[in-house]
Design a protein. Structure first.
Length: 477
């Protein structure tokens, strides 16, 4: 074969390899709302900043850094990325010839009664030594390997976005859990202070009851009040330990104590991040992951359709074969072969068509899933935006109510001590104050949690800022 012919064959093979059956990828169209239902002023760079630092608590910053380094879910997610990278490398290897080697040594005994009997006096026993280098190459005529590589590449991207989604979830979960822990700490402090205050009142009323100054009814009312506060303490103590256990798991450690930083009332509010609906689709990991899974499903259709077409394989072998080890590498013992094979389906009775239909149905499923993820992303963001606004309003109202009840409780006790009212009014005021203080702290925690939810819903470049702390970044270094 001349050089010109060889070059022509190679060019034709490359041209055919560039043709791939099946639909090419097209970005799905999404009906994006023009704006959020709640609008806030834009704040530059906040979507890409480490928003948790906006709370102003160094302990929280340290806990999030530890969770990114040690969280077991992140280790699993990083391993999944490596699995898909390995699959992509294996798929891409099919673009190139595959080389192999072989060697064999055997002791054989020939038959004297075969079709070609041995000449008289020939030794029936002989040794055979073989060594060879082989090469094989399956030309990608109709883009089967190309579609496989496209699907594998999309799966790598999808797994990477899945890992980034875990980064987002771990950071958000750690921040939310820490805020909840500090809220429980504060509620426990309120319960203990209230219990101590009520105990003092009970002791006074018991002395007065013994002196005949107050009735058993009033003493029982005060005791009931004290028991209510006392019962709240073990409940909050239990919740504190359970919250510490939850945080420990997020940090990738055994259950144990969690360090504390600022009280919940001293945590600052990170500024509302910017973002339009269109940009949400460009930075939310779950949306990007669903998009890449859809792309992989689209490429799988081409893989299935390529089964309709023939495959062309080239193989070659060069080696030695000899009955004497001393003569194995001599030119007289050399062997070789080169071959081309063409194979394709003729009648499959719907076997290939079934695979194509299955791949097309999987693509439609992936498209519907992508569309659903986008809708949920818009909903999550709108929910978080309205949540931030309304929990702020709710907390302001509850904090004001707690202040009013604190004044009410103080004045009603003064009136009682002056004999101007019964203890029923004091009891009501203090019970209402106790519940209001607990409720205000819970709402404050919810206000902070809604800010966390908003950053989580919007995604943002801050995930890339947190990424160097995660296991996958270490694996790539």
């Amino acid at each position: 074969m001349t050089i010109e012919v060889r070059a022509g064959v190679a060019a034709a093979a490359l041209a055919l390899a560039g043709c791939a059956v099946g639909p090419d990828w097209q970005q799905p169209k999404v009906d994006t709302p023009p704006a959020w239902r709640i609008e806030y002023a834009q704040a530059a760079e906040l979507a890409n900043a480490r928003w948790w630092e906006g709370f102003g608590d160094p302990v929280l910053d340290q806990l999030i850094a530890e969770s990114l380094q040690e969280n077991r879910d992140l280790v699993q997610a990083a391993a999944r990325v490596e699995q898909f990278l390995g699959a992509l490398r294996s798929t891409r290897s099919q673009f190139y010839p595959q080389f192999s080697y072989s060697g064999a040594a055997s002791r054989n005994r020939a038959s004297q009664t075969s079709i070609t009997p041995l000449p008289p006096g020939t030794d029936r026993n002989y040794s055979l030594y073989e060594a060879a280098l082989g090469a094989s190459w399956q030309l990608d005529l109709f883009g089967r390997v190309r579609r496989q590589a496209e699907a594998a590449q999309a799966q790598v991207y999808a797994s990477e976005q899945g890992r980034r989604g875990v980064v987002l979830s771990v950071v958000s979960a750690t921040a939310t859990a820490y805020i909840a822990l500090r809220a429980l700490d504060r509620q426990l402090e309120i319960a203990r202070a209230t219990e101590k205050n009520y105990l003092g009142s009970l002791q006074i009323f018991e002395l007065r009851h013994k002196g005949g100054q107050v009735s058993e009814l009033e003493r029982s009312q005060v005791e009931s009040q004290y028991r209510q506060a006392a019962a709240a303490i073990p409940s909050f103590e239990r919740q504190v330990v359970q919250q510490e256990n939850l945080l420990s798991v997020l940090l990738g450690r055994n259950p144990g104590d969690i360090p504390r930083g600022k009280p919940i009332e001293q945590l600052a509010d990170p500024v509302i991040p910017p973002g339009l609906p269109a940009t949400l689709l460009e930075r939310r990991p779950d949306v990007l992951q669903a998009e890449q899974n859809l792309r992989a499903a689209n490429a799988t259709i081409g893989i299935a359709k390529s089964l309709y077409f023939p495959t062309l394989s080239l193989t070659g072998l060069l080696g030695y074969s000899s009955t004497s080890l001393d003569n194995l590498v001599k030119s007289a013992s050399s062997t070789g072969s080169i071959a081309a094979s063409l194979a394709g389906p003729l009648f499959t009775f719907g076997g290939i068509r079934g695979q194509v239909e299955s791949a097309e149905a999987a693509q439609r499923e992936a498209l519907a899933f992508y569309q659903q993820v986008v809708l949920n992303a818009f909903r999550d963001t709108n929910d978080a935006l309205i949540g931030v606004q309304k929990t702020r309003e709710e907390y302001d109202a509850l904090a004001g109510r707690a202040r009013a009840l604190r004044t009410y409780a103080k004045l009603s006790r003064s009136k009682y001590e002056g004999g101007a009212t019964s203890y029923i009014e004091v009891l009501y005021a203090e019970n209402e104050l106790f519940a209001a203080e607990l409720n205000a702290v819970a709402t404050l925690a919810q206000r902070h949690a809604e800010l966390v939810n908003l950053y989580k819903a919007l995604g943002g470049g801050w995930v890339d800022g947190a990424d160097p702390l995660a296991p996958a970044a270490k694996a790539r270094q």
